[in-house]
Design a protein around this ligand. Structure first.
Ligand code: GLU
Length: 267
C-alpha cells in the first residue's frame, strides 16, 4: 500500500515536470522563434502602424479603416509574403509605443513613419529605406518664424514623445522650449489652440496637417534626413530579407510608384 502511494507521488512529480518543461519550451520558442515562419503558419502579417498620421496611417472613424502610404505598402508586403494583400492586421502604435510593442511580440513589424537611426538599431533591425523624409517646422500663416534660426528661448516648439524630432530639435535649437505630446493629433490640436509657436516633425507628416487645415504651412525647408525603414525584432534576418525582397518587387513592378503618387506626389 505504502509502495503504491510512493509510486503515485512519483508519477505526479513526473507529470508536473513534463508540464513545466513544455511550458518553458513554448515560451522560449516564442522568444527565439522565427517570425517569418510564424507569419507563414498564421497566414497573416501583423503590422504596427500609425492611426493618427494623415497620408501615412490615419484611421477613418466612419469606415473604421486605416489609410495611407504606410498602410498600402504594408498590404503589398503582405501580398508578396503571404500571397494576399488582405492577409494583414493593423495594430495602432505611437512613436513611443512602437518599439516596446514589437519587442513584446504583439506585432511582427513596424511600418509607421519610423526613421532608421543608429540609436534604434541597438534595439531593432531595419529593412532598406522605403521613404525619404526630413524634419521641418509647421507654423500658422503669418508667423514670425520662418526657419530654424528664428527659434529662441522664448519659442515653444511642440513635438511628439519617442520621435527623433524631439532629439533633433533640442540639438538644432537648444534654447527653445520643447513641449512633448503622446501623438501627432494631440500635438496639432495644441498648435491650433496656441499652446506653442511651431510644431516640428518630418515634412511628410507636416504636409498632411497642412492639407487638413490650410491656415498652417511648412517653413524653412528641412534640417535633417529621416530615412524611413520597416523595423523588426533583432536577429530576424529571414523576415528582413523577405521584406526587402518585397520592396524590390513592388519598386520593379510599379506598385510602389502607384502608391507614392496616390499619397505623396500630389501633396
Ligand atoms: N520619423 C521620425 C521618427 O521616426 C518622426 C516621425 C514619428 O514620430 O514617427 O521618430
Amino acid at each position: 500500500m505504502r509502495k503504491l502511494k510512493r509510486l503515485s507521488v512519483l508519477a505526479v512529480i513526473a507529470l508536473l515536470s513534463i508540464i513545466l518543461l513544455a511550458a518553458c519550451g513554448s515560451s522560449s520558442d516564442k522568444e527565439s522563434g522565427n517570425v517569418l515562419e510564424t507569419i507563414k503558419d498564421r497566414d497573416k502579417i501583423i503590422f504596427g502602424v500609425k492611426y493618427d498620421t494623415r497620408l501615412f496611417g490615419l484611421k477613418d472613424p466612419a469606415s473604421g479603416e486605416v489609410e495611407g502610404f504606410d498602410i498600402d505598402i504594408a498590404k503589398q508586403i503582405a501580398k508578396e509574403i503571404v500571397s494576399d494583400e488582405t492577409k494583414v492586421e493593423f495594430v495602432e502604435v505611437t512613436s513611443k509605443t512602437r518599439i516596446p510593442l514589437l519587442n513584446k511580440g504583439d506585432i511582427d513589424a513596424i511600418i509607421a513613419t519610423m526613421t532608421i537611426s543608429e540609436e534604434r538599431k541597438k534595439e531593432v533591425d531595419f529593412s532598406d529605406v522605403y521613404f525619404e523624409a526630413g524634419q521641418s517646422l509647421l507654423v500658422k500663416n503669418g508667423s514670425p518664424i520662418e526657419s530654424i534660426d528664428d527659434l529662441t528661448k522664448d519659442t515653444t516648439v511642440l513635438a511628439v514623445k519617442g520621435s527623433t524630432s524631439t532629439d533633433n530639435i533640442r540639438e538644432a535649437a537648444p534654447d527653445a522650449q520643447v513641449l512633448e505630446f503622446e501623438n501627432y493629433q494631440e500635438a496639432f490640436t495644441a498648435l491650433k489652440s496656441g499652446q506653442g509657436d511651431t510644431l516640428t516633425t518630418d515634412n511628410s507628416i507636416l504636409l498632411g496637417m497642412a492639407s487638413e487645415d490650410d491656415s498652417f504651412g511648412l517653413v524653412g525647408g528641412t534640417f535633417t534626413d529621416e530615412p524611413y525603414g520597416i523595423a523588426v525584432k533583432k536577429g530576424q534576418k529571414e523576415l528582413v530579407d523577405a521584406i526587402n525582397d518585397a520592396l524590390t518587387t513592388i519598386k520593379d513592378n510599379g506598385k510602389y510608384d502607384e502608391i507614392y503618387n496616390e499619397w505623396i506626389k500630389t501633396e
